[in-house]
Design a protein around this ligand. Structure first.
Ligand code: ADP
Ligand code: MG
Length: 292
């Protein structure tokens, strides 16, 4: 069953993001990934079949692998969900998590191992990314000599803005910022090593951390195609922007239209939807070695 929007009678919705619907369960939150897809920061009108399931199950896979970091996960198996959610099995199963409530840090913890996207743009202009100086002469999509932490603000709407480390410290406090940075780099590097063994390059990714009982914990989604830039290793070449794993068909299609990238976004044709759904599934199966 495709899910674009979700309301659960009797259960209070606390937030609706670009992709997730979040409900209050008292002590915990119900964190539901819909099949919505966004491109150029706009939500598109189509559902991508099984996308919500892929995001949730892949996050669960990574939470399970990254035992060194405390995370928000309470339950992902529908059988372990509380009684009040039992009537909603059809909508929730596979795509939902019960999570602990944390206070999200006001920054997005972006980690980059390759020079691409806004990092490449920054570098061309300034020779640095988020104030981190890099060697001269690097090319687009080149692997960086070391992983860099390039936090950004969380824009309530529109595009996130890169910030310097000092600004991140001002916003989070030095101890919390340092913990989040060190954890983010370690999770990325372990994730990248795992992906490399499966023929996939993890170019960069974005984590969110939150505070729970004074501790820094990993929240939100983890190293999904939505929060990460994955490239098939076979298509990788320095000097070009390699095709990303998931949204390439969507972006390519939208670029052929005369659309100014502000809402409302146009409808996607069925073949673009089907190819995109296949890409998400493929990412899940290649990274985990499992069938969904
Ligand atoms: N354990 C948690 N406690 C509180 N808030 C969380 C938790 N995990 C994730 N969040 C928040 O839930 C939202 C996730 O919904 P999503 O659709 O991805 O939103 P966005 O469009 O902001 O990316 C984010 O704002 C994130 O900060
Ligand atoms: Mg999000």
């Amino acid at each position: 069953m495709d899910i674009l929007t979700l309301d659960l009678p009797g259960i209070r919705k606390v937030a609706s993001g670009k992709v997730r619907e979040i409900f209050d369960l008292g002590e915990h939150l119900l964190f539901v990934a819909t099949d919505r897809i966004s491109a150029f920061d706009c939500i598109l009108p189509n559902a991508i079949p099984r996308k919500g399931e892929v995001l949730t199950q892949l996050s669960d896979f990574w939470f399970g692998k990254m035992k060194f970091v405390e995370n928000h996960l309470v339950a992902v198996d529908f059988a372990a969900f509380p009684e009040v959610l039992k009537p909603f099995e059809e909508q929730l199963r596979g795509r939902s998590m019960i999570v602990r409530k944390a206070k999200p840090l006001p920054v997005e913890c972006v980690v980059r191992g390759y020079l691409i996207g806004s990092g490449w743009k920054d570098y061309q202009r300034t020779g640095a990314v988020c104030g981190i100086a890099l060697p001269a002469g690097l090319q687009q999509a080149e692997k960086l000599p070391q992983t860099i932490f390039t936090p950004s603000t969380k824009a309530a709407s529109g595009h996130d803005e890169n910030i310097a480390w000092d600004e991140c410290v001002r916003m989070c406090g030095e101890s919390v910022a340092t913990q989040a940075r060190d954890l983010a780099i370690r999770i990325y590097e372990e994730g990248r090593a795992h992906a490399a063994g499966r023929g996939i390059i993890l170019a960069d990714t974005k984590f969110e951390f939150g505070i729970l009982d004074g501790r820094v914990i990993l929240i939100d989604e983890v190293m999904t195609p939505d929060s990460s830039r994955y490239w098939p290793a076979a298509d990788y070449r320095v000097g070009i922007s390699p095709p990303s794993f998931d949204k390439q068909f969507v972006r390519d299609y939208l670029e052929t239209l005369d659309w100014d990238k502000t809402p409302p976004a146009p409808q996607l044709p069925a073949d673009v939807v089907a190819k995109t759904a296949a890409k998400y599934l493929d990412a899940y199966e290649r990274l985990t070695g499992l069938k969904l």
